[in-house]
Design a protein around this ligand. Structure first.
Ligand SMILES: *Cc1c(COP(=O)(O)O)cnc(C)c1O
Length: 411
């Protein structure tokens, strides 16, 4: 366990520093050829961030194309069944293409256009980020290449088809475990070669500076809306917010506008997989150590020699060996707490949410729900717990059908 720094949190807007550091985490650990590309990107982003025209254009597309604002929904039956805190869902699952990922894909595509880059590359694991990126590229007429591990392409054939329908080229990656980590390596290799014409839309609050900051900022709209909506609805701030944490983008976007409200407890939920033993989970704060992976310094699941550990989660979107650097920073300071949910608990929460609320959540989001199912009964009936429903479960129904009843015919 790292020491908990009890000093008042630094102003969140002051982070990261100009070198991309969140305390000891983050930074820029990339090949020499990418350093100037990342500096150009940082400058272009800084100019866009403070340009009212850019912000207005982004707001317009978030509303018209993505479907913002999303509802803050009172989960009345789940609240009743659990018998504790009042539970609300922030409905990112209602966004176009099915998850929060579109917030970031839209922001970065507009930035690429502003930088005069006409070719987009991206990596994808489960395919959600690939679909969001392919959709925005179709909308803005940008060339789009998606890197995806060959194993993931097989597991997520439907999303591969969706990307291709939107005009993207999906390139299978045959190296290593043939999953997300290898797809990111391949995307970085492409970027090194084609950096003049190409922008790389990274899909989470990860990687080298400025990505963790930029991706966070594009998702801050989630917490910003939540704050306004809960104040309208309940006349006060919530007692606790909970979100699942893969790379950490939906969680940091949801939490950010509440970081300075000490009365609001913030909880991130990692993938506990089958058990917290090497190779069986993806809970970086449970089994991980400080290291460098794919551009930044953070908590990583690795063996004693520094080899990246195999990971497992029932949800592909949380199945990654590193966590966004800003999460490591706020964990050290004791501002954000982290828990994990096991596959079985996640599957139970997935079913409970569907049966009580008529909402089928993504398996990723069901990690936050699994925590809420344990936590809400410990809270009193006048307390408020808000769950970020990062995505919808349509993509997961075939997999969960098999897990719930291995004998039943496929839906
Ligand atoms: C990709 C994904 C996640 C995990 O990514 P973060 O960057 O941690 O948010 C969570 N939920 C859904 C629905 C996703 O598609």
């Amino acid at each position: 366990m790292p020491p908990t720094d009890t000093a008042a949190p630094a102003s969140p807007t002051a982070l990261p520093d100009p070198g991309g550091h969140f305390g000891p985490y983050g930074g820029v650990f990339v090949p020499e050829t990418l350093v100037s590309a990342l500096q150009d990107l940082g400058r272009a982003y800084e100019a866009a961030r403070t340009d009212p025209d850019f912000q207005e254009e982004l707001t317009h597309h978030l509303r018209e194309f993505a479907g913002r604002p999303t509802q803050l929904y009172f989960a009345s039956r789940l609240t009743e069944v659990l018998g504790g805190a009042r539970i609300y869902f922030k409905r990112e699952d209602l966004l176009h293409t099915g998850a929060h990922k579109i917030n970031n894909a839209l922001g970065q595509a507009l930035l690429a256009r502003r930088m005069g880059k006409k070719r987009i590359i991206a990596e994808t694991g489960a395919g959600q980020h690939g679909v969001a990126t392919a959709a925005v590229c179709a909308k803005f007429g940008l060339e789009c290449v998606i890197y995806m591990g060959a194993v993931d392409m097989e597991r997520q054939a439907l999303n591969v088809f969706r990307m291709r329908l939107c005009g993207a080229e999906v390139r299978g990656v045959e190296a290593g475990q043939k999953t997300l980590k290898e797809a990111i390596n391949e995307a970085m290799r492409d970027w090194v070669t084609n950096v003049r014409s190409t922008h790389y839309i990274l899909g989470s609050a990860l990687g080298a500076h400025p990505y963790p900051m930029m991706v966070r900022d594009f998702h801050r709209i989630i917490g910003h809306e939540t704050r306004r909506q809960i104040l309208e609805r309940e006349g006060r701030l919530p007692d606790e917010l909970v979100a699942c944490v893969g790379g950490g983008s939906n969680a940091i976007g949801f939490f950010f506008d509440f970081l300075q409200d000490e009365s609001v407890k913030l909880t991130g939920v990692e993938a506990g997989g089958r058990a917290i033993t090497p190779g069986e989970h993806a809970a970086r704060f449970e089994g991980g150590r400080l290291g460098v992976l794919q551009g930044c310094k953070t908590f990583i699941l690795q063996n004693p020699d520094g080899q990246i550990e195999l990971t497992h989660s029932v949800s592909a979107g949380l199945d990654y060996a590193a966590i966004g650097p800003e999460h490591a920073y706020y964990r050290d300071r004791g501002r954000i707490g982290y828990a994990y949910a096991l596959d079985d608990e996640v599957l139970a929460a997935f079913q409970k949410c569907a049966a009580t609320e008529g909402i089928i959540p993504a398996l990723e989001s069901a990690h936050a729900l699994a925590y809420a199912c344990k936590r809400a009964p410990e809270m009193s009936r006048d307390q408020i717990l808000v769950v970020n429903l990062s995505g919808r479960g349509d993509k997961d129904v075939q997999q969960t059908a098999k897990l719930i009843d291995p004998e039943a015919p496929a839906p």
